[in-house]
Design a protein around this ligand. Sequence first.
Ligand code: SF4
Length: 401
Amino acid sequence: MPEAPSLYAHVPFCASRCSYCDFHTAAKSPQALHDSASTWLHAVDRHLQSHGRRFGDSGFNTVYLGGGTPSWLPVEILIKVLDVLGKSARAGGREPAEWTVEANPEDVTGELLNMLAGSGVDRLSVGVQSLEDEARRIAGRRGSARDTMKRLELIARGWSARWSADLMFGLPGQTPSGIARDALWLAGLGAGHVSLYELTLEPGTPLQAAAEAGTVRLADEDERADLYEAAAEVLVGAGYRRYEVSNWAIPGQESIHNEVYWAMGDWLAVGPSGVGNVASENGAFIRLENADDDGRYYDDPAGSVRESLVSGVDAMFETLLTALRTVRGLNVSSFENRFGIDACTVFGKLHEEFPELVQYDGISLKPTERGLDVLNVPLLAALTNAERFEKNSTTGNGVSA
Ligand code: SF4
């Protein structure tokens, strides 16, 4: 890897499980948490050392401690893990360009904020989801809207670095006027970044079971569009720019760490279920999937990683897919440098096929505002064209990558 990779660390614990969530995490009471969290910390430390032996100790470009709920960790474990991550990140004398920690508002105290800032953390990602009580109740979020708002006010007063708020749209109980009020309130409070996610109904979650049983009614497509538009209108008015399908920022407050994912850069992952990605030859990349079984992860100093090589047209398509999620788009000469072939040869001229959705400015293929909402349309065409290209390449009728 020519430059330092980024690092994602996954915390597999929460205080309780939200009704819509299928992330790799387990609800733990404070009593049950301590031993599990110590075992997790030990395994993360060993896995980092194992990564260092294989990929070098050149430090990390960005660090992201997510989960799960990092702020739910016992404070002494959180201090230790920040120390372990910080030492690895600063190896070689570098300071990470960004260090994010996810937090649940209910866990936020002045002491926590001071400790995070003192450890070098310079960005908080706070799970708000909704400030409407009925929506919070159905989603299984901790704390009332009023409690959450009080904690967020504490962040506004006591946290001088950047912070981001997650909002969801489509939760039962949400209203357009309510989500608009939430977005306006967060903007007024100084959240420089808002992730606006659509609720997805994941199989096996309590919310999916409740929807199937008819005990909750989900917003239909039109209602979701109304919720999204109500939030988006407020964010635009408050000076945010949508820079990725689900992410909005005041210019300059974009997430550097997430940009690494969308550019198919290099990042390593520690913690059960974490997924890393490092460049290989000819544009290919190695996907490193940590065991998502906590026991297996803890037993193996190398994280019981499953490794696969993503190459050829698969790697090209993944690069296009992630790039088109962002307004930055796909830089065609970077693509050609990486894969040795022109993107239009592989995917067709998407900007000519879908001028309303994709544009080409001579440097990059970029989604339009409308394109960000219906990316599946050009991507499906790109995939079909790429498969045709691959078939022709292997039968000798096309240009080989
Ligand atoms: S706090 Fe986050 S990770 Fe934990 S259950 Fe809720 S949504 Fe999932």
